[in-house]
Write a protein that binds this ligand. Structure first.
Ligand code: SF4
Length: 356
């Protein structure tokens, strides 16, 4: 097994889930590689601007260049790009960190992180930034106050594209103890999986028994019938919560169905052809006009009669063939055995576990 290595950029995961570094070693990153390349390129452009635009500008997309320009404009004068910091005081298994920009004097440090991704990230209580503070605090013992910021020009949250947080040295040292403890726990070869919101984007999510169990429990709790009469607000809140969950799950399930129907077979399921439908080939007005010429009125209160109904009204087969087309139904997935749920779950636990 590869030795466990911890990185500041993933601290938000290994602080909460000691098994994360091991799982991360086992599976490839789930992130979009193209987005990662564009992010790295934009960071390189930002560094190039901060170092005085010497030499050729690194390659980047127009958006990557624009975002890098906007990021550099936000920085305080004198900020230094790409500062490498040792985090070995957190543990021998913690790798060095690179801070996107750092400005400091005797007592104050300003640390800025540039994020190119769209998933909103905040500066407050951000473990990655806390790691940076530890690195800066270790290197410069006179610094007593830290300001950490995140600039995220493409964030999906338009109102919070830039956030910051101030933190004192005693607070940093307190967090440092928590990080040291977490780094030690992550070294344990039997480190446990601990679920929570940090499971989002975990590369082993699909095979993590703890996450699957948490999903099952959440599902059971959400489906539990509430036996007392809810207030109006409670009722509205419950409906909203379940509607939202069901929409999101439906979306995900449709994605999985689409993927499954592309494969020749998957265990426990059979792929069935969808039901085909004969539909009118042209817009309703065109069909109506053409059929009126044939003496046929196929108007219904809200719609047109179907091609089959029109055939029964006397439409000739030749015209039917000319005006209609067959729309293939989407492939369908059917469970080949309705009692399989426990078996599928057990097989994933026995054969597909990421964390054993
Ligand atoms: S999915 Fe599993 S391994 Fe990944 S962070 Fe969550 S609990 Fe840890």
């Amino acid at each position: 097994m590869q030795p466990v290595r911890l990185y500041a950029s993933q601290a938000g995961k290994w602080v909460y889930c000691p098994a994360f570094p091991r799982v991360n070693n086992q599976f490839k990153s789930p992130y979009d590689p193209q987005a990662a390349i564009e992010g790295t390129q934009s960071h390189a452009v930002a560094e190039w601007i901060m170092r005085g635009r010497v030499g050729k500008m690194p390659q980047a997309t127009p958006e990557g260049i624009a975002c890098a320009e906007a990021y550099v404009l936000r920085l305080p004068d004198g900020a230094v790009p790409e500062v490498s910091l040792s985090l070995e005081s957190l543990g021998a298994n913690v790798g060095r960190a690179k801070v996107d920009s750092l400005l400091f004097d005797n007592t104050y440090a300003d640390i800025m992180d540039y994020k190119f991704g769209k998933t909103p990230v905040k500066a407050k209580d951000n473990w990655q930034l806390i790691c940076y503070c530890v690195g800066v605090a270790d290197r410069y013992p006179s610094i007593s106050n830290f300001r950490v910021g995140i600039f995220q020009p493409r964030s999906n949250n338009h109102d919070e594209r830039e956030t910051s947080w101030t933190i004192t040295r005693p607070e940093v040292l307190n967090y440092k103890k928590q990080l040291q403890h977490a780094a030690r726990r992550a070294l344990d070869p039997d480190a446990m999986c601990v679920t929570g919101s940090h499971c989002l984007w975990c590369p082993g999510l699909h095979a993590c028994p703890a996450a699957q169990e948490a999903a099952e429990i959440a599902c059971n709790v959400a489906a539990e019938r509430i036996t007392r009469v809810l207030t109006d607000y409670e009722l509205a809140a419950d409906i909203t919560r379940l509607q939202e969950a069901s929409e999101r799950l439906k979306l995900r399930l449709n994605g999985l169905y689409a993927e499954a129907t592309q494969r020749e077979r998957i265990p426990y399921y059979e792929v069935l052809p969808g039901r085909s439908k004969t539909i009118w080939k042209y817009e309703p007005e065109v069909i109506l006009g053409l059929l009126e010429l044939e003496g046929l009125d196929i108007r219904k209160p809200l719609d047109l009669r179907t091609p089959i109904q029109t055939l029964n009204l006397g439409l000739s087969q030749d015209l039917y063939d000319e005006l209609t087309e067959v729309k293939r139904g989407a492939l369908k997935l059917r469970k080949s055995d309705t009692k399989i749920f426990n078996e599928v779950i057990k097989n994933v636990k026995d054969n597909g576990s990421a964390t054993r």
